[in-house]
Design a protein around this ligand. Structure first.
Ligand SMILES: [Zn+2]
Length: 155
């Protein structure tokens, strides 16, 4: 078995849809990025690639490539898992933590687990999503952006 971890940050900007864990969430701002800027899915992709010793998301999906502009990150997740599963066919479990002051994540976490599980063709029972605020501290506390951490175990 192999373990991988991922970490990602995106900043809030006006005029973008807010997509997190593959779910569109009503919010006055979205996240800036070349793709749909789904910070949770990017951390998960990096965790999968890390577990497989396959580099990181920037190597496989460079933000200079127009093919990935505004792409749905569920597509990046499917492509990532497609590469990883050739060598490591089973995901044991996924555990993610979102660092966000706003908005409240809990009402959407079940939908995020379902979206992720569906994209990976696994059970939502092995996908866990947690969220915490940073008590008003730092860039997350100032509501300037969101960070995500993810750990995955593959076999
Ligand atoms: Zn990202």
């Amino acid at each position: 078995m192999r373990i991988g971890q991922g970490f990602d940050v995106h900043r809030f900007v006006s005029g973008r849809e807010f997509v997190l864990g593959g779910v569109k969430i009503p919010h006055d701002k979205g996240l800036a990025g070349h793709s749909d800027a789904d910070v949770l899915l990017h951390a998960l992709c990096d965790a999968l690639l890390g577990a497989a010793n396959m580099g990181d998301i920037g190597i496989h999906f460079p933000d200079t490539d127009q093919a990935f502009k505004n792409i749905d990150s569920l597509e990046l997740l499917k492509k990532t898992w497609g590469m990883v599963r050739e060598k490591h066919p089973a995901i044991i479990n996924i555990d993610a933590t979102l660092l966000a002051e706003v908005p409240k994540i809990a009402p959407y976490s079940a939908s995020m687990r379902e979206r992720i599980a569906s994209a990976l063709a696994i059970s939502a029972d092995i996908v866990n999503i947690k969220a915490t605020t940073l008590e008003g501290l730092g860039f997350v506390g100032r509501r300037e952006g969101i960070a995500a951490m993810c750990v995955v175990l593959i076999d």
